[in-house]
Design a protein around this ligand. Structure first.
Ligand SMILES: Nc1ncnc2c1ncn2[C@@H]1O[C@H](COP(=O)(O)OP(=O)(O)OP(=O)(O)O)[C@@H](O)[C@H]1O
Length: 414
C-alpha cells in the first residue's frame, strides 16, 4: 500500500532555459524579466520557470496547461531527458540532478517509466517484444521478461495479441502496448506525456477509465501531462496549472474551481461543469443551533428556533448523531399538548448526504423539500453541517464567482 504522506518526487526551484546564453537568461529571470523580453534579448526560451512542488506516493499528479506552457519540458526534467538549468529534482531521498550517467540510466530503467503520446513502439517487433523492451534494455533474461510482459499485456487488456505487430493494432491498442511496456518495468513512477492525446474521444475516455482502474489496483505514482482540462479533472487527484513555464496553482479540481489563484486560472476553469466537482464539504455551513433529543423539550426547541428565526432545526442524539428534523408547527402542537419531549415531532424520513457528494448528486434530493440537506459523517453518522438549497441551485446554474460568494453568504444567513 502506498503511503500518501510520503513524498515520492520533490521538485525544488527548477528552471530550464533553452538556448546558448542560459546563465545570462537565468540572471534576467532572477531580475524579474519576462519570458518574452528574455527571448528578445538572448534568443533563449524559458521552458520552466522556478517550479517547486511535491508529488505524493500513489497519487496521480496532473500537469496541465495550454500548448507551449512548459508541461513536456517539465516532465522531461523529472528523468533528465531535459537537463534543468538550475534547481533540483529529488526521487525519494536522492537528487536526480546530481546523478552521474550510470545512476541516471538506472533511475530511468528501474524507477521511472515514460509513456509517450506517439506510443514509441518498434514496428518490426511483436507486441510481446515491444512490451518486454524496457526489460530487455535492463538485461532481464528472456523467460522473466516474457512472463512480466505477458502479465502487463493482460493488465491493459491485450491478452491474445502477443504475436501481432503494432501496425495490426488500432491507435488505442497501440497506446495500451505503450502502457504495458511501462508497467512491465514495474517502476515506482509512471511519467505519461500527453499519453492519450492522439486518441479519438471515445477511445480516450476508455483509456482514462482503464488507467484509473489499473491505478486502483497497482497504486503507482503517476505524473500525467495533458492540455485537456476535462481529462485533468477526471484523472488527477491534484492538478498543477502551468502558464509560460510558471506553475500558477496546484490543488484538487475543487480547490482550483473554488479558489482560483489568478485571473488566468479563473478564466481557464470558467467553463468547467461545477456541479460535477463541487462537493457538500465545500458548500456546507456549520449550524450552531441543533435540537438535542434527550435534552430539549418542545419549549426549549421553540426557544432555539426563535433565536435563529428558523422554522425547522436538525435533531441530534447525545452522540451528535443526526436523527432528522423538527418543525416549528409540530413543536407548537406538542407544547399545547404539554408533551415534555420532542420525539413525536421528529421527522426521520429526510435525506442526508456525505461530504463527498457532488452538487449533481445532491440536486435530486432537494426536490420537494424546504430545508437544508444534512451532511453526516460516513462512519459515525454525526452531523457535520448543512447545505442550503440556494447554494446548490447557484452552483448548478453556474453564476459568476463573485455572485456565488454573495448569494452563498446570504443563503447561509437564512
Ligand atoms: N528543444 C527546444 N528548443 C527551444 N525551445 C523549446 C524546445 N522545446 C520546447 N521549447 C519551448 O519551451 C516552451 C515550453 O514548451 P513545451 O513543449 O514544454 O510546452 P508544452 O506545454 O508541453 O506544449 P505542447 O502541449 O504543445 O507540447 C515553449 O515556449 C517552447 O517553444
Amino acid at each position: 500500500m502506498p503511503n500518501k504522506n510520503k513524498i515520492k518526487i520533490k521538485v525544488e526551484d527548477l528552471t530550464l532555459i533553452f538556448g546558448k546564453r542560459k546563465q545570462e537568461a537565468l540572471k534576467m529571470l532572477d531580475q524579474g524579466m519576462s519570458k518574452e523580453d528574455i527571448l528578445k534579448k538572448t534568443k533563449c526560451t524559458v521552458g520552466v520557470n522556478r517550479a517547486s512542488f511535491e508529488i505524493k506516493e500513489g497519487e496521480i499528479f496532473v500537469i496541465m496547461g495550454l500548448s507551449g506552457s512548459g508541461k513536456s519540458t517539465l516532465i522531461r526534467c523529472l528523468n533528465r531527458l531535459n537537463e534543468p538549468t538550475s534547481g533540483h529534482v529529488f526521487f525519494e531521498d536522492h537528487d536526480i540532478t546530481r546523478e552521474n550517467n550510470k545512476e541516471l540510466l538506472e533511475t530511468r530503467r528501474n524507477e521511472m517509466s515514460m509513456v509517450f503520446q506517439k506510443f514509441g513502439l518498434l514496428p518490426h517487433r511483436s507486441i510481446l517484444e515491444n512490451a518486454a523492451f524496457g526489460l530487455e534494455l535492463r538485461g532481464e533474461e528472456l523467460g522473466l521478461r516474457t512472463e512480466k510482459a505477458m502479465q502487463a499485456l493482460e493488465t491493459v487488456g491485450l491478452k491474445g495479441y502477443e504475436s501481432q505487430f503494432p501496425s495490426e493494432l488500432s491507435g488505442g491498442m497501440q497506446q495500451r502496448v505503450g502502457l504495458a511496456r511501462a508497467l512491465a518495468n514495474d517502476p515506482a513512477v509512471l511519467l505519461m506525456d500527453e499519453a492519450f492525446s492522439a486518441l479519438d474521444p471515445l477511445i480516450k475516455s476508455d483509456m482514462q477509465d482503464e488507467l484509473l482502474e489499473i491505478q486502483s489496483k497497482l497504486k503507482k505514482t503517476i505524473v500525467f501531462i495533458t492540455h485537456d482540462l476535462d481529462e485533468a479533472i477526471k484523472i488527477g487527484e491534484r492538478i498543477a496549472i502551468m502558464k509560460d513555464g510558471v506553475i500558477e496553482q496546484i490543488g484538487t479540481a475543487e480547490d482550483i474551481l473554488t479558489h482560483p489563484a489568478s485571473e488566468y486560472v479563473e478564466a481557464f476553469v470558467e467553463k468547467v461543469d461545477r456541479k460535477t466537482i463541487i462537493t457538500a464539504e465545500t458548500l456546507m455551513f456549520k449550524k450552531n443551533t441543533t435540537v438535542e433529543i434527550h435534552k430539549d423539550g418542545p419549549k426549549g426547541a421553540i426557544r432555539k428556533m426563535r433565536s435563529t428565526t428558523a422554522i425547522t432545526l436538525p435533531v441530534e442524539d447525545e452522540n451528535k448523531k443526526f436523527l432528522g428534523y423538527v418543525w416549528l408547527s409540530d413543536l407548537l402542537e406538542l407544547e399545547k399538548e404539554k408533551e415534555t419531549t420532542v420525539h413525536k415531532a421528529l421527522r426521520t424520513d429526510v435525506p442526508s448526504v456525505y461530504k463527498n457528494y457532488t452538487v449533481e448528486e445532491m440536486l435530486p434530493l432537494i426536490t420537494g423539500i424546504r430545508y437544508p440537506l444534512a451532511v453526516v459523517d460516513e462512519e459515525t453518522g454525526r452531523l457535520l453541517g448543512l447545505v442550503s438549497q440556494t447554494s446548490l441551485i447557484i452552483e448548478a446554474t453556474r453564476f459568476g464567482k463573485k455572485e456565488v460568494v454573495e448569494l452563498k453568504e446570504k443563503a447561509n444567513e437564512i
